[in-house]
Design a protein around this ligand. Structure first.
Ligand code: HPA
Length: 245
């Protein structure tokens, strides 16, 4: 069974038939909400809305450890994480779908590991390739199968938020080699690796990042909403295709 973590613009899964809700408390506190278990395109899937079901949690308020720990209780085969992001490279404009293969962490102050505290052996997980290559390949194949172009590979920069970046910050991320920018990838990706759960991002670019293209002056929220609506229909087509592979 796959888990889908929905980000901004995907607080629920259209066409997902929920058969049960599981409320889990964890040693790390409460997840963003109940885990919804049901069927998508005829396959069993568990869904969690990263920002809560009413989109009330800012990126730095999300209890990433509780979310990952709760999902791990369900013996999932992998996590398909949907993310709305800004495009740093001008060619990655609104509507671009990307399956990144690298991530850079610019966040601070987030609870970012399970390996701390009393009686816990310190472990340094390998994170050279932060995403699961099998799941990445499957996402790309699933997109191909429904005729959705996706950019294979790329570097996701995770900023702290909740504010958007300055134009200078985006220029710095570009110099660092980042292609897209979001606020929730870390520590989510690292925690999945600590628990040995295959994880891949399906990122939808919803705006040019600050200072890029039509975001040269400012970022338009009206434009973002429209892109999110159209884009999530395509994201859903890819997810449905993937669970049926
Ligand atoms: N920056 C950071 N996170 C985002 C953006 C952005 O421009 N767009 C959507 N999520």
């Amino acid at each position: 069974m796959y888990a889908v973590i929905g980000g901004s613009g995907l607080g629920q899964l259209p066409d997902f038939e929920v058969t049960r809700r599981q409320v889990l408390r964890t040693p790390y506190g409460e997840p963003s909400g109940a885990l919804l278990i049901g069927t998508l395109a005829g396959r069993e899937v568990v869904f969690l809305a990263r920002h809560g079901y009413g989109h009330t949690l800012a990126p730095h308020e999300i209890n990433y450890r509780a979310n990952l720990w709760a999902l791990a209780q369900l013996e999932i085969d992998g996590i398909l994480a949907v993310a709305s992001v800004g495009g740093i490279q001008p060619q990655f404009g609104p509507g671009t779908l990307m399956v990144p293969d690298q991530i850079i962490d610019y966040t601070h102050g987030r609870a970012a590991t399970f390996f701390e505290g009393d009686n816990q052996a310190v472990q340094h997980i390998d994170f050279t390739w932060p995403y699961d290559s099998g799941l990445r390949t499957a996402l790309v194949a699933a997109a191909d199968a429904v005729g959705e172009p996706v950019v294979q590979g790329g570097c996701y920069a995770c900023t702290q938020g909740p504010r958007l970046e300055t134009a200078a910050e985006i220029r710095r991320l570009a110099r660092d080699g980042a292609d897209i920018v979001g606020m929730t990838g870390m520590p989510e990706v690292a925690l999945a690796r600590e628990l040995d759960i295959p994880y891949a991002h399906l990122a939808l670019v919803v705006n040019h990042a600050a200072g890029v293209g039509d975001s040269a002056r400012e970022i338009s929220h009206a434009q973002i909403s429209k892109t999110v609506q159209d884009g999530m229909v395509r994201v859903m087509a890819v997810l449905k295709s993937l669970v049926q592979l």
